[in-house]
Each structure stands twice: as C-alpha cells, then as structure tokens.
Design a protein around this ligand. Structure first.
Ligand code: PEP
Length: 252
C-alpha cells in the first residue's frame, strides 16, 4: 500500500515566533502518525529553524523552490547543496505560482527536478491546469505535457524517487476545491500515463492533491483510490487545520 503524504506549503508567510508556535503546536499532535507522513516546506530563511525544531520529530521539512544550477553568478538563487546543508528532505518543483509569476516553463521545471534528485532531495513535482484549460477540456493534455517534460529528461524510473502533486490552478488559494471525483479522474489519468511506461513505478507513486484542502474536506479527497495525501497551502498555516488534515490522511 502507498503511504499517504501531507506536505504544507507555507508560501511567503511566517516569522520566527509564529513558526515556532505553529511547529511546537503540531509536533506533539502528530507524534503518533504511523500510516501517513507529514512535512512542511518553509521559506528559505526558516530552514535553519525548521531543522532545529523538527529534527527529533516525525515531521520532515523542505523548501519551496531551488536553482537548477549548482553554483555561480545567480543572484538571489539557492542551490541544492544549500538545501542539503539544512537536511531538507523535500523540495517543491514547478508550483503553479512559480510557473505563472516567475516564468518557469516546463524545461526549467524539468531541470529543477533533475537537480533536486541529483542532490538526493525528493522533488514534489506539481502539475495542473488553469480554469481556462479545464473549461477548454484540455486538462489531460496540459498535465501530460507537464509530465512529458520531466519524463523526457529524467525518465520514468526517476519518478519512483519523487512525489507528484496534482494542483488545479483554479483551486489553489481560491476556496474552490476540486470534487473528490474530479480530482480522482485526473489522478487516475496521471497514474495510467505512468503505468504505460512502468506499471511498477505507477503503482508506487505518491500523487498528492492540492487546492483548498481543509480539515473538513481532506478525508473525502484522501479516500479516493489514487489520491495519496495533499499539498496544503493556506490550511498549513493553522495548527488545528494542518493537524486535522494529517489525521485524515492517517485514518483513511
Ligand atoms: C498550494 O499552495 O500548493 C495550495 C494548494 O494552496 P491552498 O491549499 O491554499 O489552495
């Protein structure tokens, strides 16, 4: 059986004291998780704090982005070796906000995916369609194109060491969640597409759903056969909500 993984994406939120309170609130409440795993992806300046606070807990941590370059004249960028210095386990790659606001195209996302894996980090590789694309009935084409870019440079075997996150752009931060059936349909498409290259990789791949997941809708989403947990934005900033979502992953 695949593990369920819930990962928080704090985006550009938090400060030292709020983070401390949030992490210290969730650690004891998640100490008994054994059928689900959980992680938080924090802003770069707080990786040191995340490592210090979480290192003896069962909560993993990671970053929200990385540079595809190893080192050099890339002002403002953060390399994989820097993330390794803080013992990151995960790094989000290709989040729709990076794609839309910072011009990350499929090729850049693929290069970041490869760089993350080369450094032993587990990429949380995000795919998903906009509302316009969904209404134009091209959701599967868009998701396939995003996946193909990574498959072309990394190969299907590499997906076994990654997490995939299906995040319909129209559901991120909008309060509009894909229905469990809508999400399941795309998750099944993703798993089927991978199965056509490797049934084994497809069967083991954790595919998270992301888009306005809350404590109140998590269990329904996570009980779908191809939904293996969630990538959580807004609700990961509330200890009560995040704990409720992680507990839902543990219970389904
Ligand atoms: C996200 O940031 O990846 C996300 C899914 O955000 P939210 O849960 O707020 O929709």
């Amino acid at each position: 059986m695949r593990e369920k993984l819930v990962a928080g994406n704090w985006k550009m939120h938090g400060n030292l004291s709020e983070n401390k309170a949030l992490l210290e609130a969730i650690i004891p409440q998640l100490a008994d998780l054994n059928r689900a795993s959980c992680a938080v992806c924090v802003p770069y300046p707080y990786l040191f704090q995340a490592q210090a606070v979480l290192q003896n807990s069962n909560i993993s941590w990671g970053a929200q982005n990385l540079s595809q370059h190893e080192k050099g004249a890339y002002t403002g960028e953060v390399s994989t070796s820097m993330l390794q210095d803080f013992a990151c386990k995960y790094v989000i790659v290709g989040h729709s906000e990076r794609r839309a606001l910072y011009g990350e195209d499929d090729a850049t996302v693929a290069a970041k995916f490869v760089a993350a894996q080369k450094a032993g980090l587990t990429p949380i590789f995000c795919v998903g369609e906009t509302l316009e694309e969904r209404e134009g009935n091209i959701t599967e084409q868009v998701v396939a194109r995003q996946m193909d870019a990574v498959l072309a440079v990394a190969g299907v075997a590499a997906l076994a060491k990654s997490v995939l996150a299906y995040e319909p752009v129209w559901a991120i931060g909008t309060g509009k969640t894909a229905s469990p059936e809508q999400a399941q349909a795309v998750h099944a498409f993703i798993r089927g597409k991978i199965a056509s290259a490797s049934a084994e990789v497809a069967a083991g791949l954790v595919i998270q759903y992301g888009g306005s997941v809350k404590g109140a809708n998590a269990a329904q989403l996570f009980s779908m056969p191809d939904i293996d947990g969630g990538l959580i934005g807004g609700a990961s900033l509330s200890a009560d909500e995040f704990v409720a979502i992680c507990r839902a992953a543990q219970q389904v």
